[in-house]
Structures are given as structure tokens and as C-alpha cells.
Design a protein around this ligand. Structure first.
Ligand code: FES
Length: 118
């Protein structure tokens, strides 16, 4: 069975970066490579307007918003992306209204740029 292509957006704006977003993105990229999960594409995102909760990561196809992500969460996130268990600690504090706003913006077509964020 072919795995479904999955995009993961990681905020690379100032607040999320100041809390370690670059390390999160780098470590997740490395882990996906180790696992051969080439059906997952990582994309830097400009900002989800959830800056105080970062680092933030969005998986549009799963309607998933992970907040407060650290490098210690990467193995669990990779498992989740491979069909594994949900990760309540990264979602349970998220505001429902803010989550709706994030997905409304993504659904409206504000997608990650292809600029050089790294
Ligand atoms: S800085 Fe990451 S959501 Fe705004």
C-alpha cells in the first residue's frame, strides 16, 4: 500500500524560531530521512498567528496543530505521521477558535512560500 503524501508546515517566524523551531524542523527532517518517509514533505511557514504557543507545526491533511513542539517530540511526531498514536500533550492546550482561524487561512490558500528560510 502506498502511503498518502503528507505536508507538514513548520513556523519559521521570529517567536517560533526563538523557541527552537529551527532545531525542530532539522531534527524532524533527519528523522523522516532515517525512516525513509519520503511521502512526508516539510515546508517552512511564515506564521500561524499562534506565536505565543510555538514552536508550531501544522499537518493540514490531518487537521492537526501541534504547539510547543520540542526536539524531544520528534520521534512521536514521526510515528504519528506514519499512522501512529495521537499526541495529546501537543494539542490539548490549543485554543479551538485559534485553530479554526489557522485552518481557515490555510484553506483560503495562504500556503507556505518556497523562499529560503534555512
Ligand atoms: S511566530 Fe510562529 S506562529 Fe507566529
Amino acid at each position: 500500500m502506498t502511503k498518502e503524501d503528507t505536508e507538514v508546515y513548520v513556523c519559521m517566524n521570529v517567536d517560533c524560531k526563538s523557541r527552537g523551531a529551527e532545531g525542530v524542523l532539522k531534527r524532524l527532517d533527519e528523522r523522516l530521512e532515517e525512516l525513509g518517509m519520503d511521502h512526508v514533505t516539510l515546508e517552512p511557514y511564515l506564521c500561524f498567528s499562534a506565536c505565543q504557543h510555538g514552536p508550531n507545526m501544522i499537518i493540514p491533511s490531518k487537521r492537526c496543530w501541534f504547539s510547543g513542539v520540542t526536539e524531544e517530540d520528534i520521534n512521536d511526531i514521526a510515528e504519528y505521521l506514519d499512522g501512529g498514536a495521537e499526541i495529546p500533550r501537543l494539542t490539548e492546550h490549543n485554543d479551538a477558535g485559534l485553530k479554526k482561524l489557522i485552518f481557515d487561512i490555510i484553506d483560503a490558500g495562504l500556503l507556505p512560500g518556497k523562499g529560503d528560510f534555512f
